[in-house]
Ligand binder design. Sequence first.
Ligand SMILES: Nc1ncnc2c1ncn2[C@@H]1O[C@H](COP(=O)(O)OP(=O)(O)OP(=O)(O)O)[C@@H](O)[C@H]1O
Ligand SMILES: [Mg+2]
Length: 564
Amino acid sequence: MKRNLSTVFWLSVWVKKYFWSLITLIVIGSVLSLLRVALAVLSKALIDGAVEGVWQQAVKACLSFVLVIVAQIILKGISTMLSVNTLENMSNQMRNKLFHRLSHMRWLDYTAYHTGDLMTRITSDVNIAAGGLVRAVPEVIALTTGVLAAVITLLIYDPVMAAYALLLGPAAMLAGYIFGSRFIVIHEKAQEAESNYRSYIQESLEHILIQKTFCREEAMEQNLSRLQETKKKLVLKKSLASQITSTLVTGGFWICYLLVFGWGAYKLYKGLISFGTLTVFIQLVAQVQSPFMELAGTLPQAMSTFSSARRLLKLEGEESEKQYLKEVKLDFSSIHLEGIHFSYKYEAPVLQELFFQIQKGEVIGLIGASGEGKTTLIHILMQLIEPQKGKMFIQYRQEVWQTEASLRNLIAYVPQGNTLFSGSIAENLRIGDPDATKAEMLMVLKTADAMDFISKLEKGIDTIIGERGIGLSEGQAQRIAIARALIKKAPILVLDEATSALDTETEERVLRAISNQYKGITCIIITHRLTLLQFCDRILELNKGRLYEKSEISSTYVSEALGG
Ligand SMILES: Nc1ncnc2c1ncn2[C@@H]1O[C@H](COP(=O)(O)OP(=O)(O)OP(=O)(O)O)[C@@H](O)[C@H]1O
Ligand SMILES: [Mg+2]
């Protein structure tokens, strides 16, 4: 119930935003409905004039008929243009709002969704919700106006006829009520099936190499067919529900139509009405009933609007993460994490009672077995995730800053894995600094030891690379990712297995160049390779959720690694 109320509220906010456009659409729609009734009345004047030989009346009616039709055409044109324009504006604004919400969502909440599901919500659900508001709502109101006008006109001519024509109203309402609630559930399930289907296609194409090398092409196609089948069943179910509604209403329409026709024919036979009056009756009955029928057709659309709005509302309701400081050049003296405790949902703690301190200019080596929580610790430091216990603060000259405003902008991060975007190498570097000059780009690429292969490329830094760095070797992609971090000029550099694909010689060259070029930079190097520890002032080992200082044995590590 509460969810339904908030969905209605959510929809009403959008109605408010586009109030005047929607009102104009409603007014035009209603005028069009009234013009249809006017056409019925005019046709009576035309036929009566012709039958009785009152040519002046017939010609006048004929001219008005033409005028009404021209007005209808013009108004329809205006309404279509306005409706398309409003729909585009509303859906774009909905999408922008969702996009903003997604990019500011807390990391763990975000990762709980599949990107395919998010894509479905941001495309299909937005189309349905905005389409419903811009098309279905004005249509329902305009149709109701048409029904009322036709009923009043019918009442003026013949109350019995009006009663016959209105027989259908309650039947349509009942059908709508019975199938409506069921329809919402089916539509929501169908949208979920659509999400699963899109997610599968997206993921299969993204990992096509794995599918191919594991010879899974056939299995992949079978899975796709299975998902299609589930989706098809729900789409058919949805269609059946709306078909049943409209069949009931259409059946009712014909019964009412025959009743009116019979009643009219009887009155004509008795000489109680003119031929023109019978025509207007029949047309007006259609004016009453066709809107009811259209309402029956619009009903599923309105229901879909509601359940898609519910899916969008769920995303909009996700909490935002804390804002981070925009300026980068914050001159801190140390960063402290105290008594940090963190566990992913319902799982054993990854970090517990953890104390971590880093002084400006220190180079820290962070080691620990795979899965011990090194990346998690960095995510906490970057405030991508929030610890359940403990505090984090920055010592800034004499002041202590609680880090409600995140440390994120102080850190240049090279994450694990391939994180390049499709586009040119230069475009990838501009993610680190949108205003970077070519000279700056070449400099960071040189430091990251990437110039040796880039200079051999015909288009140099303008070479286009594919999704997730396709076209480059793993080690080349890693070096560009390092250059992207360096160009940010942040005071802290975090390398999370950033050189794992490089040979030891290149790896050492990169690290040496960084320590020469960026003297005084604070650096955290996460690595499984002990040779890198020679670049570190301190070594910390993460073990069972706690950090241990390893500096006293760092020389052993290094010498072991160097074979000493
Ligand atoms: N989003 C998540 N949800 C639930 N558990 C997670 C999530 N991300 C990581 N974990 C778990 O947290 C633990 C620490 O993971 P983390 O990625 O921090 O390890 P790591 O030390 O960086 O490992 P590696 O050296 O392999 O990169 C692992 O047991 C992992 O399964
Ligand atoms: Mg990791």
